[in-house]
Ligand binder design. Structure first.
Ligand code: NDP
Length: 284
């Protein structure tokens, strides 16, 4: 058979995107599985997304990730959406099947796998989520679809918070409640799993933590953070002090990357390799 010099292309479209570490993880995974795939981190300005998607089709890219500010805007350029992506209203991964682009959202699924790996199930649980942005929407919808009984959305912007709570109650079997966040927020006493899905604590502002009453965290709670850089966030340190089980944002990042790998290649991802390379990247 003739030698194939053409690699299957995948990548990430975003702006800013320079500090996005996904490429390191995916390229290491392709190499570990001996796949002729590449992952390219591409700066795509807000107004250029349509052209970028057209380019992805023209280059016969196998798929691509989307990050800020394209996760919602990309919907109108796709041919099909997964059920979760449709409910969430945002796409972080696109799969190109012979020119037909399908949008999927693996952020919340990555979060769920990270919890499962830590021995935590969301079934029948009460979940309190800080934030109502893209990450919060993905986490809330996947937790609700996976059987969480109730989800409290705690957010500063009331419109965004109410919208998410309504979405949960309207489109899933879980009950969604909105709790306005002004000043120091109280952690609902019946919380089983508390999630920081805000961007507070993200590098380089690692000395910041969400304004909540940390004494409301009990030793019976699981406390998780979407922040992966620094994975030892102040938020999680406060939870640890109160005896809670903690899960950092690295697992979510690695597992969504592993799911994307499988969607594009059809091959099971080498999760250990991906974890190892990311930890090395972050000097952990
Ligand atoms: P968005 O901009 O969509 O949402 C940000 C949310 O944070 C909003 O709800 C906003 O509240 C809230 N927020 C911001 N600052 C504050 C503050 N000072 N106090 C209280 N709330 C605040 O961002 P994303 O949802 O896309 O991303 C959020 C974080 O999740 C980022 O740090 C991102 O890196 C991380 N992430 C991690 C992933 C992983 O795999 N580990 C995957 C995806 C994202 P308001 O609505 O009131 O403005």
């Amino acid at each position: 058979m003739a030698k194939n010099y053409r690699a299957e292309l995948t990548g990430c479209f975003g702006c800013p995107v320079d500090e996005n570490p996904t490429g390191v993880m995916e390229e290491a995974a392709y190499a570990a599985r001996d796949l002729n795939f590449r992952y390219i981190t591409i700066k795509v300005n807000k107004e250029d997304l349509e052209n970028a998607v057209r380019g992805a089709r023209a280059f016969n890219m196998r798929g691509f990730n989307l990050t800020i500010p394209h996760k919602v805007a990309v919907l109108k350029y796709l041919d099909k959406l997964s059920r979760a992506a449709e409910i969430i209203g945002a796409v972080n991964t696109v799969i190109n099947d012979k020119g037909r682009l399908t949008g999927e959202n693996t952020d919340g699924k990555g979060f769920l796998i990270a919890l499962e790996r830590a021995g935590v199930s969301v079934k029948g649980k009460k979940i309190s989520v800080l934030g109502a942005g893209g990450a919060a929407r993905a986490i809330c919808v996947e937790c609700a679809l996976a059987g969480a009984s109730g989800i409290a959305v705690i957010n500063r912007d009331a419109g965004r918070g109410q919208d998410l709570a309504r979405l949960i109650s309207g489109k899933t079997k879980a009950k969604g409640d909105f709790i306005p966040w002004s000043g120091t927020a109280a952690v609902p006493a019946d919380t089983d799993i508390l999630v920081n899905a805000t961007s507070v604590g993200l590098y380089p502002k690692v000395d910041e933590k969400p304004r909540i009453n940390y004494d409301g965290i009990g030793a019976n709670m699981t406390v998780t953070d979407v922040i992966f850089n620094d994975p030892h966030s102040l938020f999680l340190k406060e939870a640890e002090k109160r005896g809670a089980k903690t899960i950092n944002g690295l697992g979510m990042l690695i597992n969504q990357g592993a799911l994307n790998f499988k969607l594009w290649t059809g091959v099971e991802a080498p999760v250990d390799v991906m974890e190892e390379v990311l930890k090395k990247e972050f000097n952990l």
